[in-house]
Design a protein around this ligand. Structure first.
Ligand SMILES: [Zn+2]
Length: 389
């Protein structure tokens, strides 16, 4: 049976459609048009969202947990708790993201995450709508000691093809993204091999100078992880990795727009530098997201959460940011339109990781995964696979 969703506007997000008319059938979008051009097909149900805006569901490519669930430690029965929480914040797709941990624990976690990804692929209709895990982001263990943030130093590893392949095998090929410091010995070879296997290689947790950052990009890196955080700071005479990330129009980059990790003025600088085509929003959210202040786990790391700030031994340890807040923050910190902010949370991450066929854009043939937003960007509803209204 077909369902017709109507609303005041729709962001594809590359284009804006007034008087939106979106038809779904069998969990996919079959048609997008303006209401004035269309008649409601016979035998279809109509759902009118009034003044609201239809946008692709948000896609968070850097996410460690939420609702008390840590993706590295969660059992199969706990993942739905997290995925239903994400849906309430407009997220329909995400990359569960690891942190540096003992390798055997990492391999076990990767196996469980691969199970979750495969189960989501095979089971289109579950009880309540849930965000879909679409691939794994390896944040570590190939990070710089100098810019490790809270990743425990004893679990950082020098990159080798052998260890990369063990991680890949443990994840049964579901690794879609990897953050790596290009300056550490062995990194360039692993960057090339990961890129060859289709992984979005992202430079980050890095103290690289500018030539070394460029070397990493020449080897196949095409993105940067939480720009400014855990990176050598920008110096106007020795611009380093940040100078490269902000000035290279050939790469995309992401940012934690919670107003804590990066000051609002620097968020604005980042958005100007990367523009609406290359800026990507992430949350870097941890299990404490959506929970009261207290102590929470981030993989092997114990994190203190107080007044929305996550720390471990005095360093920032992820966030309690949700993607809908990140989108609203961007419209407040800069002069960006809601459509551009939505683009940085949907199409841009999907394009950065090569998944625009799966998520990030409203178009015929795409999964019917979308968010229903108020004009100021509050999530009114989230539809996954055409369900959830
Ligand atoms: Zn992270």
């Amino acid at each position: 049976m077909k369902t017709v969703f109507t609303a005041r506007r729709l962001f594809t997000p590359i284009e804006e459609v007034d008087s939106a008319f979106l038809v779904t059938a069998d969990g996919r979008i079959s048609e997008i048009a303006s209401r004035s051009e269309k008649d409601v097909p016979s035998n279809s149900r109509v759902v009118d969202f009034g003044d609201a805006i239809l946008t692709p569901g948000f896609f968070d490519i850097h996410m460690h947990g939420g609702a008390g669930v840590d993706v590295m430690r969660a059992s199969a029965s706990e993942m739905p708790v997290l995925e239903k929480f994400l849906v309430r914040h407009g997220v329909t797709g995400y990359f569960p993201t690891t942190v540096a941990a003992p390798l055997d624990a990492t391999y076990k976690a990767l196996g469980r995450l691969a199970d979750a990804i495969e189960a989501a692929q095979n089971n289109a209709s579950s009880d309540a709508p849930r965000a879909r895990p679409l691939g794994i982001h390896l944040e570590g263990p190939f990070l710089s000691h100098k810019r490790r943030g809270v990743h425990p130093p004893e679990f950082l590893v020098e990159p080798t093809l052998k260890i990369f392949d063990e991680l890949w095998q443990a994840a049964r090929g579901q690794v879609r993204m990897m953050t790596i410091a290009p300056e550490i010995p062995g990194a360039i070879e692993v960057i090339s091999e990961a890129a060859r296997r289709g992984v979005c290689v992202s430079i980050g947790h890095s103290d690289a100078d500018m030539p070394t950052a460029r070397h990493g990009i020449a080897a196949g890196a095409r993105h940067a992880t939480h720009t400014f955080n855990a990176m050598r700071p920008l110096d106007h005479r020795h611009p380093g990795i940040l100078g490269e990330v902000l000035s290279d129009d050939g790469i995309t980059a992401d940012l934690i727009a919670d107003g804590i990790h990066v000051s609002p003025a620097v968020v604005k600088i980042f958005l100007r530098a990367k523009g609406s085509e290359r800026a990507v929003l992430i949350t870097d959210a941890i299990s404490a997201t959506g929970m009261p202040d207290g102590k929470y786990q981030l993989g092997p790391i114990e994190v203190d959460v107080k007044d929305g700030k996550c720390t471990a031994n005095g360093s920032l340890a992820g966030s309690v940011l949700t993607m809908d807040s990140a989108v609203r923050n961007v419209t407040q910190f800069s002069n960006w339109s809601l459509r551009d902010a939505v683009r940085a949370a949907t199409f841009n991450p999907a394009r950065a990781v090569g998944m625009t066929g799966h998520c990030g854009a409203l178009k015929p043939g795409a999964p019917a995964d979308f968010a229903v937003l108020s004009p100021r960007g509050d999530v009114l509803k989230t539809i996954v696979g055409g369900r959830g209204f």
